[in-house]
Design a protein around this ligand. Structure first.
Ligand SMILES: Cc1ncc(C[n+]2csc(CCOP(=O)(O)OP(=O)(O)O)c2C)c(N)n1
Ligand SMILES: [Mg+2]
Length: 392
């Protein structure tokens, strides 16, 4: 359901308001029968009607549905390859998106070429939709390409590790394009943990007050490293928007069709001058936070198993099969395409140079700095301490 604000211009479509006044609600752990959750495809792959959002995917063709499936499969394959490459010592770190493919492909495919995307560090599926070469993402996590790619080639900003800060950049950018009179929109990605950051609250305030054409797309994957969502909020995250004066909606983040529909709606609101929207994509991080994390230290298998049953790829496959939109030939061809992608990125990474360990100290200050010099010297001594080991 959507929550209407009192201050924001009225959305074109009527959106039900449900009061939770007086109730102390905590974010629910399990979607499926949740009336607050926009869902178009059940975990079993059954298409369910939704009066508010069906229109946004009404004209979707079988070819486009297969395209969404292909995007999700290839993104998962690429992600798995990257995790393996990190384990083989080819990447410094990798932040897997496993489980979040529908949230990213649905929202990414909702964007128009002239829209502008501000990602976190986990938006590999959105990068895919925007046409960023996967090898560039890997170069960034290998530390060899100074941040990755030219943001203006695909209107896809560089990955941002400083949690929540990109929501401010997105808001400023959105305010700018509105002043320019452009009819494009901006979408900012962030996580459930980021929603606690001051930067996010400030961006909500500014975007509401200036009616900025921005969509805040929060992937609530239930965890901020080892902190569960319950430690971030006492209300479902989408309801926060109401206090800032714009609508919030919670969508099933494992349902690619629902994510596509809701994001299209929110982007259209932005484009037509109706201001910001908060979309909370309710999903689950099936993997570790990053390759440096061990989730078995803080969460049990039960939770993961429950979410595996809601797998975003499986549910679209079930729908495609049940509606005869894809045959065995399609799935087999995709399997080979997937293998070829894995091979391509593997070879691309192995052909990259090793990172220059001292490059991190360059370009911090135009004229150098005593503290940076000191740190460089400390690092050089640390590196030299391995000389004996290597010689042994
Ligand atoms: C300002 C800031 N504080 C802390 C960190 C360390 N940190 C990196 S990821 C992370 C958790 C983010 O969780 P969430 O926003 O839910 O995104 P997710 O990784 O789950 O996609 C934290 C605290 C950081 N990168 N930046
Ligand atoms: Mg999170």
């Amino acid at each position: 359901m959507t929550v209407e604000s009192t201050a924001a211009p009225k959305p074109r479509r009527s959106a039900g308001t449900k009061s939770t006044a007086g109730k102390r609600t905590t974010a629910k752990k399990s979607p499926g029968t949740d009336p607050e959750l926009v869902q178009l495809l059940t975990p079993e792959g059954k298409r369910v009607k939704n009066a508010e959002y069906d229109n946004y995917v009404a004209g979707i063709t079988p070819d486009e549905l297969r395209g969404l499936y292909r995007d999700m499969v290839l993104t998962r394959r690429f992600d798995a390859e990257a995790t393996s490459l990190q384990r083989q010592g080819e990447l410094g770190l990798w932040a897997s998106l496993l489980g979040q493919e529908a949230a990213q492909i649905g929202s990414g495919r909702a964007t128009r070429e002239d829209d502008y995307v501000f990602p976190t560090y986990r938006e590999h599926g959105v990068a895919w939709c925007r046409g960023v070469d996967p090898a560039n993402l890997l170069g960034m996590f290998r530390g060899v390409n100074n941040g990755g790619w030219d943001p203006n080639s695909n209107n896809f900003q560089l990955y941002t590790i400083v949690i929540g800060s990109q929501t401010l950049h997105a808001t400023g950018y959105a305010m700018g394009i509105a002043k320019d009179g452009a009819d494009s929109a901006v979408i900012a990605y962030f996580g459930d943990g980021a929603s606690s950051q001051g930067d996010v609250a400030e961006s909500f305030t500014f975007s509401a007050v200036y009616n900025a054409p921005v969509v805040f797309f929060c992937q609530n994957n239930q965890w901020a490293i080892s902190e569960p969502t319950e430690k971030q909020t006492r209300v479902p995250l989408y309801q926060r928007a109401q206090g800032f004066g714009f609508p919030g909606v919670r969508v099933d983040g494992n349902d690619v069709l629902a994510c596509l529909a809701v994001t299209k709606w929110a982007l259209e609101r932005a484009r037509s001058g109706e201001g910001p929207t908060l979309v909370e994509a309710y999903t689950y991080r099936m993997g570790a936070h990053t390759t440096s994390d061990d989730p078995t230290r803080y969460r049990g298998d039960e939770e993961r198993l429950a979410w595996e049953a809601k797998d975003p790829i499986l549910r679209l496959r079930r729908y495609l099969e049940a509606s005869n939109h894809a045959d065995e030939g399609f799935f087999a061809e995709l399997e080979s395409e997937s293998e070829a992608l894995g091979k391509r990125v593997r070879e691309a990474v192995r052909a990259m140079p090793d990172p220059d360990h001292f490059a991190i100290f360059e370009n911090v200050y135009a004229d150098g700095h005593a503290l940076v010099d000191e740190e460089r010297a400390q690092f050089a001594a640390y590196q030299a301490s391995f000389a004996d080991v290597e010689g042994a």
